[in-house]
Design a protein around this ligand. Structure first.
Ligand code: GLN
Length: 194
């Protein structure tokens, strides 16, 4: 039985938990999902998800609870990790905003709320490397990825900007892969590691 952790200090947790369960089932894995609000659980997880929400709040609460260092160590351990939207912002090297203490577990910079006011929220069928058919990607006040380090593979682009990346065991998306029934991104990140 795999132990999955979903950081639950803020943001959509239940939808990610359901997507992890669906992806695990498709891959013939059994998984228990735990919501993480305090330090002490992350090190015991086999896979970890940091969801969207508000990156300034998530970053502050992670530091207050002492979970920030555990997330950094988890990423360095090589176990699979998925970070989405605000989670991607917190995981990045630089969010160009002093209120976000980034964890530098993904060697990318991000631009918060990059797709403009008229496009606050939208859905796009994205070609994603590793998936056979386009993925229905829901963007909500989404960041775009700016600089991409040498070890980072771009998995998808929208409007000419990277919106999904992989660096070794860490996958990051600017969109919300938990908001449709399609759990292929969770599968790609957690159960199809290279
Ligand atoms: N705009 C949010 C931020 O900058 C992210 C939005 C999201 O996670 N849907 O933190």
């Amino acid at each position: 039985m795999l132990r999955a952790g979903v950081i639950a200090v803020q943001g959509d947790v239940a939808e990610h938990a359901a997507a992890i369960r669906r992806a695990a089932e498709r891959h013939g894995e059994s998984v228990s999902v735990e919501e993480i609000r305090t330090a002490g659980t992350v090190p015991d997880c086999d896979l970890l998800l940091m969801p969207g929400g508000e990156s300034t709040t998530i970053s502050r609460l992670l530091a207050e609870e002492g979970i920030d260092e555990e997330v950094r160590e988890f990423a360095a351990s090589g176990k699979p990790m998925l970070v989405t939207c605000a989670g991607l912002i917190v995981a990045s090297r630089d969010a160009k905003d002093d209120r976000v203490a980034t964890l530098s577990v993904l060697d990318v910079t991000v631009d918060r709320n990059a797709f403009g006011r008229q496009k606050d929220s939208f859905e796009a069928a994205l070609d994603v490397r590793g998936l056979d058919d386009p993925f229905p990607a829901v963007f909500i006040r989404a960041p775009a990825i700016g600089e991409v380090g040498d070890g980072v593979e771009v998995l998808a682009e929208f409007d000419g900007r990277p919106v999904a990346v992989r660096q070794d065991n860490v996958v990051g998306t600017a969109f919300h892969p938990e908001l449709t029934d399609d759990s292929r991104i969770h599968g790609l990140a957690f159960f199809e590691s290279d």
